[in-house]
Unconditional design. Sequence first.
Length: 438
Amino acid sequence: MDERRILVYCRESRDEGGLLRGRIETQREMLLKYAKEMRLGKVVKVITDDDMTGTDFSRLDVVRELAKSGEIDAILLKDSSRLGRNLTESLLFTEFLREVGVELIFESEVYNEDIFPLEAWFHEMRAKEDSRKIRSVVYHKMREGAYLVAPPYGYLREGTKLLPDPECAGVVKEIFRDFLSGASVGEIAGRLNARELPPPSLYKGRRDAKEAWSAAGVRHILENESYTGSRVMKKTVGASFKDKRRLTTSRDERIILENDHEPLVTRADFEKAASRLASSGRGGGEKTPYAGLLFCGGCGGRLILRRKKGRKPVYVCAKYNRCGNSACTAHRVAPEEIESAVRGAAYGAYFLINASDGEEETLPPLEESYEDLAAGQITRAFFEKMRARVKAPARKEAPFDPAGHEEKLAPLLIGRITAYEKGEKGHFYASLEIETRF
Ligand SMILES: [Zn+2]
């Protein structure tokens, strides 16, 4: 007779949406029935959790305490997605249970130590998808003009409208005028300081205000599209659904409402200033074939090619290169790694283009098979078969060799290459993430 002490843990999964089988009461009854029918042991406690944010792990603390104090021998859950959808945390939690000798029982699947990391990864991908949906609602509100952030220097805010600030709108106009007639950003800063004009942060009374205008401050004004009368939003985004750092967006990722308020500079003059800024350059780092494609996964800034005597050239975070460890970390990537990523994308594009001729067998993505498994549409044995095939596809000799053409292919195929530190994203691999144009 099995006398295991069982904890029943119920959690609603967002995946199921309004489906009845996902309701927490049904789940509770189902699990209790299962425990009884399978004679798993004695149910000593039932915990139900309505909190549907699967990436927050604090709610498992009670379970952790019970397991640690030796009050339970096993935890019964519906399936592995109930453990939360953050890969690292899920793995740490199962590792912890193994250490304290508490068994995991899933009602709708057999727990398998080897497959679990794979499943945890799928759950993480789902959580990511959900956070993307939530953000899209916020951006929709931005598009409708419902949000307004702090007004840029040169404007005052009245309700949800921006009006030129009589005190300093003229300074903004003057900065554009001087820059377009040939003054450098440094010279302009010098002129403003000679007149003892407070820089924007001091003018706004910020606590960390700067004492004087700087070249960077002037550049910042020249780069701000708000002065053309457009409202620019979503200038930064969270790094990921579990990482709260802010990344700078590229222009086409931003939400821009044109003719939103009175311009301080014409669109034509703004563009002229932008192209002059671009040609003057920021210095530091040489032009490379991957310019504009390489980004730092830590700060969202650019990577530059660094050459040092006696060392192989390497791409590093520009911010780190300029300001050191306090700003970002190196995010070092060897040019060969980038080339190999580009070659990979080129192969991918090749097979995508040639998939239509019917020669290549197209396999469903593993996640799709997994969903079928979870929905009970395929057997685990069949899933395992698919998994093996996806993992080791029958490789034909590629008739296309992108080697040596990486530099030409990159601007055609690649949207963005982001360099991460190893392990930074909670993944075990992939220090490079590549976003292709196809
Ligand atoms: Zn960085």
